[in-house]
Write a protein that binds this ligand. Sequence first.
Ligand code: NAD
Length: 286
Amino acid sequence: NRGSISYSGALFAESFHRLLSTQTGGKLQDKVALITGAASGIGKATATKFINNGAKVIIADIHQQLGEETARELGSNATFITCDVTEESHISNAVDFAISKYKQLDIMYNNAGIACKSPLSIVDLDMALFDKVMDINVRGVVAGIKHAARVMIPRGSGSILCTASVTGVMGGIAQHTYSISKFAVVGVVKSLAAELCRHGIRVNCISPFAIPTPFALGEMSQIFPHVDRQRHVDIIHNAGVLKGVNCEPNDIANAALFLASDNAKYVSGHNMVVDGGFTSFKNLHF
Ligand code: NAD
C-alpha cells in the first residue's frame, strides 16, 4: 500500500539523516521532549525527527506493545512510558519521569487523540461518547499542558505543542463531536499561550489534514461516513490537494520541529495548518 511504502521511505531517509546529524548536531541538540501518542503515526514520525535533531524523547502512549517496539526502533535516545492521557496521574508520572531521567523537560507535545463515529445530527448525539472524545482530545491536552507548565515555569522556558486538526479550523468538514474537540484544542492553545508567555513558555498547535496514519485510514472513515471507503482511501493516499504531493506523517513532524525549536522563538499561540491548502481552497468533493 502506497501509504506504508512512502512511510517506510521516510523512515529510511530519517535513519540516514540520523547518521549525519550525530556528526553535525541538530536543531534540538540536548533538548528533552515528551510526546503523547508517539507509538504510531504523527507522534512516531515526530519522535524520529526530534531524535535525529539531537533530542531525547519520552514516548508516552496507551498502547504498551507498540510503544515499546517504537522506542526500540528509535534507539537509546527514546524511552517508552505507558500513559493514558485521560488519567491525569499518568501524565504527571510521565513528566516526572522525564525530569528524573534527564533533569529537564524542554518540549511537551500533546499529540494523542481519537476520532469517533458520532451521529450526523446533534439531535441524536450520545453524550457519553461526546464525553469520551473530550476526555482524550481536550482534557488530555489540558492536563498535558498543566503538568508541562508545572516543571517549565520554574525554568522560565519551554515549548508546548498540540495536535489540533483542520476540523478545528472549519466547521462542516467532519462529524461534530471530533470537530468540536479540535476547535477546543485550538482554543486551549490560544488561551494558555496568553498565560504562559509571561513565563517564557511558547504554546502552539498544528492542524493536519489527511495524513496517512492508522488513525486516518481507519477511524477517519468513520468521521466522514458519507465518503465511500475506496474514495476515502484515495483521498488519504493522494491527499488530492496539492498536485503531486504525497503527504506523510513526516510533513507534520517538520512543522513540529520548527515550532519546537528556537527557530520559532517568537511564535506562540499559533495554529499551524499543514493541509496542502485544503482549508484555503476546499476543492475536494466528498
Ligand atoms: P495514530 O492512530 O497513528 O496515532 C495515535 C496514537 O495515539 C496511537 O499510538 C494511540 O495508541 C495513541 N492514543 C490513543 N488514545 C490514547 C490515550 N488515551 N492516551 C495515550 N495515547 C493514546 O494517529 P495519528 O494520525 O498519528 O493521530 C495523532 C493526532 O493527529 C491525533 O490527535 C489526531 O486527532 C490528529 N490528526 C490526525 C490527522 C490525520 O490525517 N492523520 C488529521 C488531523 C488531526
